[in-house]
Design a binder for this molecule. Structure first.
Ligand SMILES: NC(=O)C1=CN([C@@H]2O[C@H](COP(=O)(O)OP(=O)(O)OC[C@H]3O[C@@H](n4cnc5c(N)ncnc54)[C@H](OP(=O)(O)O)[C@@H]3O)[C@@H](O)[C@H]2O)C=CC1
Ligand SMILES: N[C@@H](C[C@H]1CC(C(=O)O)=NO1)C(=O)O
Length: 327
């Protein structure tokens, strides 16, 4: 098959987004969804989408070029990414920034031993915003870089709070500090602590019999995800969650503000405005799955981040077509 054959591991917001994104890419073919739940309990969006148990991946299938891992970064991907990279080329969106080096090492060991290619921590942050932070600092050596997210729904933080014992369901919104953004847009380059850049608001449905104050403490003190931020937790009903918190919009921007000589100001800005965080992130994962398949065919194995992937490999066009039509 000349198409790139994709398996989706984990069928949540991101898994559904990947299923939809694959249908928009004619060079891609969806082999199926692989879930830890009973397949019969998982209702795919696409009528033709097949759902398999994880055990269907245990034999080294030769009908899958890349697995796109759509589990949660808090506790699924640390186990699933190294395990699957031992058999298949993979792409994941692992986004616990503090632990990306550890994740890279674990996946790299598995991928090198198996001769697979594993692009980790892609999406938009980490991912496209990471690339733009590096572009900004590589090009404007003198300057300041800022990243702002939201106001919007962080899937990583929403997944993380859903893993807390006593949480039946919930979502997390990230709010940027508007005063900080105004100062920066006015040309200031303030030193801002993590706490001064964003606050986090959680909306949680408490599980039957759980203690609200214990759940609140477990969330706000969660290392990496919530502890470094001023975080508030609101307890709401299942009905309120279903009616008031359905959308998953998000967005943000990376700005590099610097000078190339005295008084010569230069500003680079990259921004996203997303109706659907999962559908956008899924679209990034699908493009990086194309690159992973090509890199593996070329014998370029091991773990990769977005810094290691040539941008042209993301495009369905050939290098010649890109040279002729896009430079
Ligand atoms: N780098 C980036 O820019 C971004 C990264 N992300 C990452 O994507 C990750 C996944 O996000 P998201 O898809 O929203 O997480 P979900 O909570 O929707 O899904 C996570 C996993 O939970 C399981 N699951 C889903 N629905 C149910 C259910 N109803 N009952 C039981 N289990 C369920 C699925 O596994 P299974 O099918 O095996 O049960 C699924 O893979 C986030 O943790 C985040 O880290 C997200 C956005 C951007
Ligand atoms: N990884 C994030 C994508 C962006 C959003 C974000 C945040 O709101 O803290 N950080 O990075 C997500 O899971 O949505």
């Amino acid at each position: 098959s000349t198409q790139i054959r994709i398996g989706i591991v984990g069928y949540g917001n991101l898994g559904r987004g990947v299923e939809t994104a694959i249908a928009l890419n004619p060079d891609m073919e969806l082999v199926g969804v692989f879930t830890r739940r009973a397949p019969a309990s998982v209702e795919p969006v696409g009528a033709a989408t097949q759902v398999f148990p994880m055990s269907a991946l245990d034999t080294d299938r030769d009908d899958i070029d890349v697995l796109i891992l759509c589990g949660g970064s808090r506790s699924d991907l640390p186990e699933q990414s190294p395990a699957q990279a031992a058999r298949y080329s993979i792409v994941d969106s692992y986004d616990n920034h503090a632990r990306i080096p550890d994740h890279f090492a674990a996946v790299d060991a598995a991928a090198r031993a198996a001769g697979t290619t594993a692009v980790i921590s892609t999406g938009w942050d980490p991912g496209l915003f990471s690339l733009n932070r590096v572009f900004g600092e590589a090009i404007l050596a003198e300057g300041s870089t800022y990243t702002f997210w939201g106001r919007g729904l962080s899937q990583g933080h929403s997944d993380a709070l859903r893993r807390v014992p006593g949480v039946a369901a919930g979502v997390q919104y990230t709010l940027p500090s508007e005063p900080s953004i105004e100062r920066i847009r006015a040309g200031a380059t303030p030193e801002l602590s993590t706490r001064e850049r964003h606050t986090r608001e959680c909306y949680v449905v408490l599980a039957e019999g759980a203690d609200a104050e214990t759940v609140r403490a477990d969330i706000v003190n969660m290392p990496d995800y919530f502890e470094p931020f001023d975080t508030t937790v609101h307890f709401i009903s299942e009905h309120e969650l279903a009616s008031d918190h359905r959308g998953m919009p998000h967005g943000g921007f990376v700005i590099r503000s610097g000078t190339t000589s005295d008084g010569t100001a230069q500003v680079i800005e990259y921004s996203l405005a997303l109706d659907s965080n999962p559908e956008f992130t899924a679209s990034v994962l699908v493009a990086y799955a194309r690159a992973a398949a090509r890199m593996n065919r070329a014998g370029d194995v091991g773990a990769k981040t977005v810094y290691d992937v040539a941008p042209g490999l993301l495009s369905p066009l050939s290098a010649e077509e890109l040279r002729a039509g896009y430079l």
